[in-house]
Design a protein around this ligand. Structure first.
Ligand code: NAP
Ligand code: ZN
Length: 349
């Protein structure tokens, strides 16, 4: 199938119109028209090869809302016209212990990323949601609850699940005290979801001017991370801290904020950490952990939870041809709190 989108041709070039092919439908494939696609900080990292494994041309995008246009002969869960969604993965081995548990993100063979991945059958590069059409096997297609506004739901597919999964792993609920470092795309979802689960939430931010927003999102407080006195007063006050900072940063100021047995879970930065000292870990039996996206069943659980609680990301809708400007703004944290591309604005390449 001929289609088109926006691609990076190298780490140094801006995204530009790009024509390419989607595979013909396999028996278990769902084809969709992409209606909306969120802009994740990972898209920027990958387009610029910040993680060192980018291949080009690359069509980014892994927060995808679409409508089914065709189905393979063995597809049973979806029909033409359904509102569907796709997140960060489009395939996995489906038979290892992790896949069988519904933790496809932890597949022993490695999951297949929605873009900058390799198709398990043809070995072709996968291409993401900054495009008109997408073809995905049905096991990796999600259902969008009817009451969720499709123009705002896309960020749930990455920012949402990446923050929901650790909240669930560490059993966040009423009585939990949660800190969120960095109020951006992931951070603002962490706040909304933790509040939705019944927790008391504090935002830890560099930006005092985000205080009103943090409170409006449901947080109880915003702590400015450069305010040494306020940081000291918050010692031992969190059960879980979700760290969404996208670049290398110092964890030392945050570890004493964990209570005994508390966990700081890194969901943002990919790569070497700044030196930390084991002292707060030993003395408080505290932990530093990491967490990648979430499984398919958990992503559906998240979508249904958001449908039930009417939780939606805060979005700024952009045109496809505004993507390079959006990347620049995201780099300087000038987004409140997620860009979403209206794919109706994408013109044929
Ligand atoms: P984002 O919208 O740019 O938000 C990041 C926030 O972190 C900013 O709003 C800012 O908040 C804070 N921040 C930015 N630069 C900082 C710096 N130099 N020092 C300290 N704080 C800084 O990004 P995002 O889309 O939420 O993504 C965040 C990270 O998560 C990215 O690295 C992305 O690749 C990663 N990610 C990981 C997964 C996973 O599976 N684990 C999934 C998706 C994304 P304040 O102004 O409040 O300080
Ligand atoms: Zn993402």
């Amino acid at each position: 199938m001929k289609t088109y989108g926006y691609a990076a041709q190298s780490a140094q070039t801006p995204l530009a119109p790009f024509a390419f092919e989607r595979r013909a439908l396999r028996d278990n494939d769902v084809a969709m028209e992409v209606l909306y696609c969120g802009v994740c900080h990972s898209d920027l990292h990958q387009a610029r090869n910040d993680w060192g494994f980018s291949r080009y041309p690359m069509v980014p995008g892994h927060e995808i809302i679409g409508r089914v246009t065709a189905i393979g002969s063995k597809v049973s869960r979806y029909k033409v016209g359904d509102a569907v969604a796709v997140g960060c993965m489009v395939d996995s081995c489906q038979h290892c212990d992790q896949c069988r548990k519904g933790e496809e993100q932890l597949c022993r063979e490695g999951n297949t990323q929605t873009y900058n991945g390799v198709d398990r059958i043809t070995r072709e590069a996968t291409q993401g949601g900054y495009s008109k059409h997408l073809v995905v096997r049905e096991e990796f297609v999600l259902r969008v609850p009817d009451n969720l506004d499709p123009s705002r739901a896309a960020p749930l597919l990455c920012a949402g699940i990446t923050t929901y999964s650790p909240l669930r792993t560490w059993n966040v609920g009423p009585g939990s005290r949660v800190g969120v470092i960095g109020l951006g795309g992931l951070g603002h979802m962490a706040v909304k979801l933790a509040v939705g689960l019944g927790a008391t939430v504090t935002v830890l931010s560099r930006s005092p001017d985000k205080r009103a927003d943090a409170l409006a999102l449901g947080a109880d407080a915003l702590l400015v991370s450069s305010d040494a006195q306020a940081m000291k007063a918050a010692a031992s006050s969190f059960d879980l801290i979700v760290d969404t900072v996208p670049v290398k940063h110092d964890l030392k100021p945050y570890l004493p904020l964990l209570d005994i047995d508390g966990t700081l879970v890194i969901v943002g930065q990919v790569g070497p950490l700044e030196d930390i000292t084991s002292v707060p870990l030993l003395l408080g039996r505290r932990r530093v952990a990491g967490s990648p996206i979430g499984g398919i069943a958990e992503t559906q659980e998240l979508l249904d939870f958001c449908g039930k609680k009417n939780i939606l990301p805060e979005c700024e809708t952009i045109r496809m041809d505004e993507i390079n400007h959006a990347f620049e703004r995201m780099e300087r944290s000038d987004v409140r709190y997620r860009f979403v591309i209206d794919m109706a604005t994408l013109q044929p390449a």
